[in-house]
Design a protein around this ligand. Structure first.
Ligand SMILES: [Zn+2]
Length: 192
């Protein structure tokens, strides 16, 4: 669907739930329809290179990287559709920036992790979910039992990471991996 009076669609979920694939599917439709699309991502995401967002299934789209939310409005210019990836890593002002873009008549698609590895609401995602005109919450599959997963399990050297390990790890903490887990199999030692 296309909205020209401003619209905010937040796509949220745990890791491996297909957020990026869903966003790229929507962006492909917008592009086919002749809408001008801008995809923005925070520079700290190093999973992909600086100019291309690639989903786990291989879909991709060119992206502009920004250092913080204040750079988004300047990057937008003539775009009809503004997509923002990895929203949980942006600063506190992101919800205001998103609201302003919607006031300007932009259709904004935001993806992000709704919870961190501890299961705690992540960054400004709770506010974005509340402000959204439309919310899509996706689930992954629990790697232990095969039921729908809504949590991200962090493992360090194969063991559940404790609640006090840092949210963003910059190298050298051992072999860090993630899995999608259901409520029952999400394990965070030290969590109250
Ligand atoms: Zn499970």
């Amino acid at each position: 669907m296309f909205y020209t009076h401003g619209w905010v669609h937040v796509i949220a979920g745990c890791m491996f739930c297909g957020k990026t694939d869903e966003m790229l599917r929507l962006l492909r439709r917008f592009s086919i329809a002749g809408r001008r699309v801008l995809l923005v991502k925070p520079r700290l995401d190093t999973r992909t290179d600086r100019v291309t967002v690639v989903s786990r299934s291989g879909a991709q789209h060119q992206a502009v990287t920004v250092d913080d939310s204040s750079e988004i409005e300047a990057a937008v210019s003539e775009a009809d559709i503004v997509a923002i990836e990895e929203a949980q890593f942006f600063d506190e002002r992101l919800p205001e920036v998103v609201e302003q873009l919607a006031r300007l008549g932009k259709q904004v698609v935001v993806t992000g992790l709704d919870r961190d590895f501890r299961g705690v609401p992540f960054g400004t995602m709770p506010r974005l979910l509340a402000l959204a005109d439309q919310v899509t919450k996706l689930t992954a599959i629990c790697m232990v039992c095969g039921e729908p997963a809504t949590r991200t399990q962090r493992l360090i050297d194969g063991e559940p990471a404790s609640a006090d390990s840092p949210l963003i790890v910059i190298g050298g903490m051992g072999d860090e991996t993630y899995e999608a887990r259901c409520r029952l199999h999400h394990d965070v030692p030290g969590l109250d």
